[in-house]
Design a binder for this molecule. Structure first.
Ligand code: ATP
Ligand code: MN
Length: 476
């Protein structure tokens, strides 16, 4: 009977005839094939009695080849595995040329594997990351579905450029060499496919707000696009964002949800991806051996994840955070690239990480930011200086969530838009939501890849999405 490697390793029928498909990870001593099919991190050892097979067949068993193996499942004699297959029949489904197959059974750098993005999932590291990614996605849906949220599909193509979250990618069918022009010589988008300028969305929030004001609680989970030319380990041009939006939630309820949600999905992978996480923990420890002591993490991966689940996030106002940063050692000694002098300064990743990793030593939710460094739709506080914004900051990552209570008062929203030169006409439908049954509401955006980075301990966001899109890179 055909089994997956996972089934064989978990509770395979000892003494019975079994069959399995997979790819050769290694072939030692013309005798031991380590076969993996992606179902689990472990390989099934297939023991070949080479006298029973002809040499030309054995020559085809190179690393990377696809095989169908059948034989009897027995308890293993050797160390390192509990069961193995005594091979009776071997079919080479697809050969892999030993000279040119790049994924050999040795250590490859993550940079090297990024250039082989189509094959890197055949390594333990990437297979483990992608299985955790899959489990996290499931956990996201499960959490919201269990808690009364509806899955809302935000449009990918957007006609409004007022989202303001970042630079956008244009969507057009106009002839690039010979576009139609207006009388004053500008490109005439009236003749474009949608009759106006359109872009790929940077956020589904504005549309989600419309749906929250009818369905109550909704969430998006889909691709978002930002043409930001920031080559960092935390930014992609195409990433997946989760954006819950809730009617009748104020900022406190919003923060409670963000914290509970993150804890729930991390707890899910702790429970369901134990082997992969153990592997990734070991990988991280190995990687960190080459770093100076000060840069190594204080906790191993699984402890770090358990710490998140078991501890409250620290909630701090922006104003308190600025006071802490201003008086901090790195600020006084000029160690920050951007010195914090005044209230109102935008926080950089170095400041966020100082607060989380050095000062509070736990996840932090910063809230009540200055209005002028946050988006127009965030609700103005009584002080008229700050808005009901919140960012969740994580160790090693910095900002993982950005959210707010939304401005539900039409007059305040209009004034804000005027001050920022945002055209009312463009957002007429968004303003309608404040005219017809407006209510307190809130939401946030969580970058899914940053969550996967945190859960897997991977340092670079390019290594937690199958085919990363970054500046100058869309090969696959
Ligand atoms: P940052 O300051 O880190 O660039 P942001 O403030 O621009 O992020 P938001 O607009 O608040 O981000 O988006 C919500 C969340 O989406 C962020 O908290 C982050 O987790 C994620 N995110 C934003 N931009 C990117 C990106 N380019 N690649 C991956 N994730 C991103
Ligand atoms: Mn943000």
């Amino acid at each position: 009977m055909l089994h997956s490697v996972k089934e064989l390793l978990d509770k395979g029928p000892i003494g019975k005839e079994v069959a399995v498909n997979g790819w050769v990870r290694s072939f030692r001593s013309n005798r031991f094939i380590a076969l993996n099919d992606g179902s689990t991190i472990g390989n099934i050892q297939c023991v070949v009695d080479f006298e029973q097979f002809n040499e030309s067949l054995l020559k085809q068993i190179n690393t990377g080849a696809a095989l169908n193996v059948s034989g009897v499942l027995v308890e293993s004699q050797g160390k390192g595995q509990s069961v193995e297959i005594q091979v009776k029949k071997l079919v080479v489904l697809g050969e892999a040329d030993a000279e040119s197959y790049p994924i050999q059974p040795k250590k490859h750098s993550l940079e090297f594997l990024r250039e082989k993005a189509h094959l890197r999932v055949r390594t333990n590291t990437f297979a483990a990351v992608m299985r955790v990614r899959s489990a996290l996605s499931f956990a996201v849906h499960q959490y919201f579905q269990k808690n009364g949220f509806y899955y809302f599909h935000a449009p990918i193509i957007t006609g409004s450029d007022a989202e303001g979250a970042g630079e956008m990618f244009r969507v057009t069918t106009l002839d690039e060499k010979n576009p139609p022009l207006t009388d004053n010589g500008e490109v005439n988008y009236k003749e474009d496919f949608f009759g106006k300028e359109t872009n790929l969305t940077v956020s589904g929030q504005l549309e989600a707000e419309a749906y929250a004001m009818g369905l109550g609680k909704v969430y998006t989970f889909g691709p978002t696009f930002r043409a930001e030319n920031s080559n960092t380990s935390r930014h992609l041009a195409e990433f997946w964002m989760i954006e819950p939006e809730m009617a009748f939630y104020d900022l406190d309820a919003n923060m409670d949800l963000a914290e509970d949600f993150i804890k729930a999905v991390i707890a899910y992978v702790l429970e369901n991806c134990t082997e992969d996480l153990q592997f990734l923990e070991k990988r991280l420890l190995d990687e960190e051996k080459s770093k100076p002591l000060a840069e190594r993490s204080e906790m191993a991966l699984l402890d770090k994840l358990r710490f998140i689940v078991d501890n409250d996030f620290k909630r701090v106002t922006y104003t308190e955070a600025i006071a802490i940063l201003r008086n901090s050692k790195p600020n006084k000694k000029g160690k920050f690239q951007y010195r914090i002098d005044e209230w109102g300064a935008d926080l950089q990743s170095e400041h966020e990480r100082f607060l989380v990793e050095k000062h509070f030593k736990c996840p932090v939710i910063l809230f009540d930011y200055p209005a002028k460094i946050k988006a127009f739709y965030m609700r103005l506080n009584e002080d008229e200086k700050t808005v009901r914004a919140m960012d969740v900051l994580f160790p090693g990552i910095g900002e993982i969530v950005g959210g707010s209570q939304r401005e539900e008062r039409l007059d305040v929203l209009l004034e804000k838009m005027k001050a920022l030169n945002i055209d009312e006409k463009e957002l007429w439908w968004y303003l309608d939501l404040r005219k017809f049954g407006t209510a307190v509401h809130s939401g946030f955006g969580l970058g899914f890849e940053r969550l996967v980075q945190f859960a897997t301990g991977m340092g670079n966001i390019r290594d937690v999405i199958p085919f990363p899109r970054t500046p100058q890179n869309a090969e696959f």
